[in-house]
Design a protein around this ligand. Structure first.
Ligand SMILES: C[S@@+](CC[C@H](N)C(=O)[O-])C[C@H]1O[C@@H](n2cnc3c(N)ncnc32)[C@H](O)[C@@H]1O
Length: 507
C-alpha cells in the first residue's frame, strides 16, 4: 500500500475525449519513449540548461532534476476552468487475462513534498514533438525564419506558493505528429498535448486568484489590463521571448516578496482546501507529469470484463462530493480506483481520509505514482494533502487487504460498477451488510433492483438495508461516453426494517 499523510504537518488538460465509433472508448495517442528520443532529449536538456543559467541562474541552479518516470520497487517494474479538457484515456479492448495476483507488501509512507517533477522534464522526454513558440524579437510575423538555438531552449522558472524550488519550464509548443518535419508555419500545434506555456500561464492565474487578496495584494501584479498579469498575456500573444521572460521574472519577484512577508502562507491557510478549479489544475499537473505519456498502457484489459477501464470526470466527482457531504473528517473509499483520480480529487477538495483499491497492476502503479507527485505538488501549492492510501488487490477480499476495518468505518464509498458483471455486483452488495449506519454508496448501476420489496423472504438481503436515490449526470461527466446517464446513491438504513421485524416478532 502506498500511503501519504501530511494532515499533521502543514498544511489535487485537456482530457481530450476522443470517442471511437462505438462510443465506448477514449484514447490518447501513444507516447512511447524511444531510446533515440531520450538521447535527443538529453542533448537538448544540456543546451537548455545553459540558456536557463543565463535566464535565472540562481534559481535554476537550485532546481533539481526529477526523472519523468519514477520507478516503484514494489510493482516490479506512472483552462483554468476548462476541466473537461484534461486529457484522459479510455479503452479499446485487448485480450489480456484478468490479473489475480494480489500485492501484499507493506508499502512505505511516502513523504510528502520530496520534489515535484519539473515541467521541462516532460517536454524534454518528447522533445521531437515540441517546437519554439516564442521568437527572440518582438516580431509581428513569427515563424518566418528558422528558429534560433535560444528560441529552442527558452526556459523560465516559476515561484510557487510553497517553500520549494521554483519549477523549470521549457517554453515550447507541442506540434501534431503528422505535421512535424514540415516548414515552421505548416507545423500545427497539438492542442491535446501537454503545453508548458499554458500550464505556466494558468498556474500564474491560479496563484493570482487564490493566493492574493483582491485590492492591495493583487494590485502588485496588476490585472488583465495592465501590469505583470497583462504583460504575461501580451508577450505570450506577441510571442516575444524577452518580454515574456521578463514578465515571469517580475511575477517571481512579487511572489518572493509576498512569501517573505508571510502573506502567501496566511492566505493559503485561510483557503484551507483548494476550490474545484484549482484542485483540477493541480491534478492536471500531476497527471501530465506521471501518467499522460504512458496512458496507452491502461488499454490492457480483457474486453467485456470487470477490468474495463473508464473514468469519472472531475465535474461529476465534484457533484458526488456535494451530494454526499464528504468533508475533512470523512472516510472515503473507491472500490476499483483505477489510476486514483477520484481518490486524489476527493482528498484534495475536502482533506478527508481517502482509500483506493485496484486489482490491475498497471493502473494501481499509476495511482501510486500520481500520489507521490500529488504529495510534492500539494506542498508546492502550500495545501494539505488529506490522508491517502492505495492498495493493489481485490476489493472482494477486503480483509486480506487490511481494509475491512476501514470499510466498516467508511462514510462514502464509490463503486464505478458500470462494466461489472452481476456476480461481482452481488458479491459487493454482501460486503455492504457490514457497513455502518448512514454510509453512502455511490454507484453507476444500482445495487437495488427497481422492484425490490422488503418482506420476510428478502429481509436479510443487503438490498433491504439500502435506501437508493437516482441522479442524473450530463455530457462530459464520464470518460466512456459523451452522453448523459444516471448514477445512484444508496444509504445504509437498517431503520426501514423495523416495521417488518415488529410485525414478525412484536417489540
Ligand atoms: C471503470 S474503472 C473505475 C476507475 C475509477 N474508480 C473511476 O471511476 O474513475 C473500474 C476499475 O475497477 C477495477 N476492478 C474490477 N474488479 C476489481 C476487483 N475485484 N478488485 C479491485 N478492483 C477491481 C478495474 O480493474 C478498473 O480499474
Amino acid at each position: 500500500m502506498t500511503t501519504i499523510d501530511s494532515s499533521k504537518t502543514e498544511d489535487r488538460s485537456h482530457l481530450l475525449v476522443e470517442k471511437d465509433q462505438n462510443k465506448q472508448t477514449v484514447t490518447l495517442p501513444p507516447k512511447k519513449v524511444m531510446a533515440s528520443k531520450l538521447a535527443a532529449a538529453a542533448a537538448a536538456a544540456k543546451a537548455a540548461q545553459a540558456a536557463a543559467a543565463e535566464a535565472e541562474a540562481a534559481q535554476a541552479a537550485q532546481a533539481q532534476s526529477q526523472p519523468v518516470v519514477e520507478t516503484e520497487k514494489k510493482s516490479g517494474e506512472s483552462t483554468k476552468t476548462d476541466v473537461s479538457s484534461t486529457k484522459r484515456r479510455l479503452s479499446s479492448s485487448v485480450e489480456n487475462p484478468r490479473e489475480k495476483k494480489i500485492s501484499r507488501e507493506k508499502a512505505p509512507i511516502v513523504k510528502p513534498g520530496k520534489s515535484i517533477t519539473h515541467s521541462d522534464r516532460i517536454v524534454q522526454a518528447e522533445i521531437s514533438q515540441y517546437r519554439p513558440y516564442f521568437t527572440e524579437t518582438d516580431a509581428d510575423s513569427p515563424g518566418q525564419s528558422a528558429p534560433t538555438t535560444k528560441e529552442k531552449n527558452l526556459r523560465v522558472v516559476l515561484e510557487y506558493p510553497g517553500s520549494i524550488e521554483p519549477e523549470n519550464f521549457l517554453l515550447l509548443k507541442p506540434v501534431l505528429k503528422n505535421t512535424t518535419g514540415r516548414s515552421n508555419e505548416e507545423e500545427e500545434e497539438d492542442k491535446d498535448e501537454y503545453n508548458p506555456i499554458t500550464d505556466l500561464m494558468r498556474t500564474c492565474e491560479f496563484i493570482y486568484d487564490c493566493y492574493l487578496l483582491p485590492g492591495e495584494q493583487q494590485k502588485l501584479l496588476g490585472n488583465q489590463s495592465h501590469g505583470i498579469m497583462r504583460n504575461l498575456t501580451k508577450y505570450r500573444n506577441r510571442r516575444s521571448s524577452a518580454g515574456f521572460s521578463q514578465a515571469v521574472k517580475d511575477f517571481n519577484k512579487v511572489m518572493r516578496r509576498l512569501k517573505a512577508e508571510g502573506v502567501i502562507s496566511k492566505n493559503a491557510k485561510a483557503m484551507c482546501h483548494p476550490n474545484y478549479d484549482l484542485a483540477c489544475h493541480i491534478l492536471f499537473q500531476v497527471y501530465s507529469r506521471t501518467v499522460a505519456r504512458q496512458s496507452d498502457a491502461l488499454n490492457n484489459y480483457q474486453a467485456f470484463s470487470n477490468n474495463v477501464y473508464g473514468e469519472i470526470n472531475p465535474i461529476l466527482v465534484k457533484d458526488f462530493i456535494s451530494k454526499t457531504g464528504v468533508n475533512s473528517k470523512s472516510v472515503f473509499m473507491d472500490l476499483g480506483c483505477g489510476i486514483g483520480n477520484v481518490v486524489l480529487q476527493v482528498a484534495a477538495q475536502t482533506g478527508c481520509e481517502a482509500y483506493g483499491i485496484e486489482i490491475m497492476e498497471t493502473p494501481c502503479k499509476f495511482a501510486k505514482r500520481q500520489l507521490k507527485e500529488y504529495a510534492a505538488r500539494m506542498k508546492a501549492w502550500r495545501l494539505p494533502t488529506g490522508k491517502i492510501h492505495f492498495r493493489h488487490g481485490d476489493f472482494l477480499d477486503v480483509a486480506a487487504n487490511d481494509l475491512y476495518a476501514t470499510l466498516k468505518r467508511s462514510d462514502v464509498l464509490l463503486v464505478n460498477n458500470y462494466a461489472f458483471d452481476a456476480a461481482t455486483n452481488q458479491a459487493l452488495a454482501q460486503l455492504f451488510l457490514d457497513l455502518k449506519e448512514g454510509t453512502r454508496i455511490i454507484s453507476l448501476k444500482s445495487f437495488v433492483p427497481k422492484h425490490h420489496k422488503i418482506n420476510q423472504r428478502t429481509l436479510n438481503m443487503p438490498e433491504s438495508i439500502l435506501r437508493v436515490e437516482e441522479f442524473e449526470y450530463y455530457s462530459e461527466a464520464v470518460s466512456w461516453t459523451n452522453n448523459g446517464g444516471h448514477y445512484y446513491i444508496a444509504t445504509v438504513d437498517r431503520g426501514r426494517l423495523a416495521p417488518y421485524f415488529e410485525e414478525m416478532y412484536g417489540h
